[in-house]
Design a protein around this ligand. Structure first.
Ligand SMILES: [Zn+2]
Ligand SMILES: [Zn+2]
Length: 122
């Protein structure tokens, strides 16, 4: 698997799989002022996320998906959405009606089709 290197400003955010209800982290690299690139995802437990403060971080702005992004590390789902309530990314499917992180019914989800798919280089 190819991994795109990230900058010093990169950080991790919390995400969750709505099928398995497992948590995972996404390495995010800020590209511009309000642009964030999702670079790779990795399995992470809820305890780890809380211990490392990953659950406190959110991104607001334009989301770019790196060409090497591996999507959901649990089910491989490629539909991602951002919860309108907690702001976390969810591996989303059509049967989902609840955010696995904040447990609010999905309503304000931004579908991943709105995201831009960007290449590796800047
Ligand atoms: Zn998933
Ligand atoms: Zn939520």
């Amino acid at each position: 698997m190819n991994f795109t290197p990230v900058s010093k400003e990169a950080f991790a955010i919390l995400a969750a799989c709505s099928r398995s209800r497992e948590y995972f982290g996404i390495a995010v690299d800020p590209v511009g002022k309000r642009q964030f690139k999702l670079v790779w995802s990795f399995k992470m437990t809820k305890d780890q996320a809380i211990r490392e403060g990953t659950d406190k971080r959110n991104v607001q702005g334009q989301i770019i998906i790196d060409q090497n992004f591996n999507f959901c590390p649990y089910c491989g789902g490629k539909m991602f959405a951002q919860c309108g309530n907690c702001g976390h990314f969810i591996c989303y499917n059509n049967e989902t009606n609840q955010c696995p992180i904040c447990h609010i019914r999905i309503g304000g989800f931004q579908e991943a089709s709105d995201f831009s798919f960007g290449g590796g280089g800047f």
